[in-house]
Design a protein around this ligand. Structure first.
Ligand SMILES: Cc1cc2nc3c(=O)[nH]c(=O)nc-3n(C[C@H](O)[C@H](O)[C@H](O)COP(=O)(O)OP(=O)(O)OC[C@H]3O[C@@H](n4cnc5c(N)ncnc54)[C@H](O)[C@@H]3O)c2cc1C
Length: 366
């Protein structure tokens, strides 16, 4: 059997490895970009700092299966991600939790709010912001409005380019109030950054005599016939947009280098209320890179426009789901062509979920 995989991101690379390794079949894997690893691509710059070209990527999973799989290709450090936000000039952690409460309010007020919260919700619970807003108690209502305004409203508007009311619940659920003192952004059992970076991790996945990698190669220009085709590119593009374009949010990263050891106190600092950028990434934190210089990226959200920028986040809403389903139906008529990955499934996946989806598709086929 000869397999073709379009896309060398973690979805395509996972499949390629399994097909080559487990089935002992030939795989040609192509990418239109000049590098492997898709959105997870990273590289060391002249200062020895590992730069995440498409924004900070932190590996986190609670899936034993995924963890066991990726550990074959990389050792990880024990980096646990925290996000600092600047709210009214105060550096604090988000998601908004009990520590945030004490950072932004006077002690006595924070204590009163904490007691009321604990009387109402279980400790360690994550309450999505829009649900949290449904409060009767006057103090909790005040808190809900505060968090909505200071953490959620402007950030969400900047990030999605529309009012929060027009953003899908799946997205707003990602902005919770966390009734805990756990400052970590993720609570997964396994978290970390691959010691030699994500590109090396993907390179190791693709290192197999059965796998041929071809870069700078668009699927549209490829000749040849294959027994199976796995497509991790955009599903609407595959069908020449016959039903219309699936919308995405894109991101513009403005990279800046500074002649000082650190720019900010944390790898990621969010700016929910100020400036046009949503957050600033400082990359040297992830692998504890030592350099007298530092590199940051300011992240500006914008709409995806074909030929101008990259697809980043699928925009989940009813209209787009209907459009995606038309393509999905069309895909069902194809024989031995499979769609997967964040672009193929038109779905936001964290890396572990993208890998799991590829493993499960492989298991289905086998
Ligand atoms: C800003 C940002 C931050 C993120 N941070 C995290 C994080 O901290 N932790 C986490 O777990 N996840 C994170 N993610 C999610 C992560 O990037 C995805 O899970 C992952 O990239 C999915 O991999 P993929 O292989 O499905 O897609 P991709 O990485 O996009 O790979 C698809 C590949 O297909 C290629 N391709 C497309 N069309 C064609 C074609 N016609 N011909 C040839 N090649 C083609 C593309 O060039 C690309 O290389 C983040 C995502 C974004 C946008």
């Amino acid at each position: 059997m000869h397999n073709l995989i379009i896309g060398t991101g973690v979805s395509g690379a996972t499949l390629a490895n399994l097909i080559a390794n487990v089935l002992n079949e030939k795989v040609l894997i192509i990418d239109k970009k000049e590098h492997i690893a898709g959105n997870c691509y990273d590289y060391r710059d002249d200062n020895g700092i590992m730069i995440h070209k498409y924004g900070s990527h932190i590996f986190h999973t609670s899936s034993e299966k995924v963890w066991k799989f990726v550990r074959q290709f990389a050792d990880f450090n024990q980096y646990m991600h925290k996000v600092v936000a600047i709210i009214d000039g105060i550096h604090t952690t988000i998601p908004f939790n009990f520590n945030t409460l004490y950072d932004v309010f006077p002690q006595s007020m924070a204590r009163r709010l904490e007691e009321k919260l604990l009387a109402k919700f279980d400790y360690n619970k994550k309450v999505p912001i829009l649900e949290f807003q449904k409060q009767d108690d006057i103090d909790l209502k005040f808190l809900a409005n505060y968090v909505y305004e200071k953490v959620f409203l402007h950030y969400t508007t900047k990030q999605w380019g529309v009012s929060p009311n027009d953003v899908d619940g799946a997205v707003t659920a990602r902005v919770p109030v966390y009734l805990s003192k756990d400052d970590r952004y993720f609570q997964d059992k396994y978290q970390g950054i691959p010691l030699e970076g994500y590109t090396k991790l993907v390179e190791n996945m693709l290192e197999h005599p059965n796998i041929e990698v071809r870069l700078n190669t668009d699927y549209k220009d490829l000749k040849g016939s294959f027994d199976r085709v796995f497509y991790t590119g955009a599903i609407d593009e595959y069908f020449d947009y016959k039903f219309g374009h699936l919308p995405y949010r894109s991101v513009n990263f403005k990279f800046e280098e500074y002649d000082r050891e650190f720019y900010q106190k944390n790898s990621v600092v969010n700016y929910p209320c100020n400036y046009d950028f949503t957050r600033i990434h400082e990359f040297k934190y992830y692998l504890n890179d030592k350099s007298e210089k530092t590199v940051i990226a300011k992240e500006y959200s914008e709409f995806f426009e074909l030929g101008k920028n990259e697809r980043y986040y699928p925009i989940p809403n009813d209209e787009n789901t209907v459009l995606y389903k038309k393509y999905l139906e069309e895909a069902k008529h194809l024989k031995n062509v499979y769609f997967l990955g964040r672009l193929g499934d038109y779905k936001y996946y964290d890396m572990d979920k993208a890998i799991l989806r590829a493993i499960e598709l492989f298991e289905e086929i086998v």
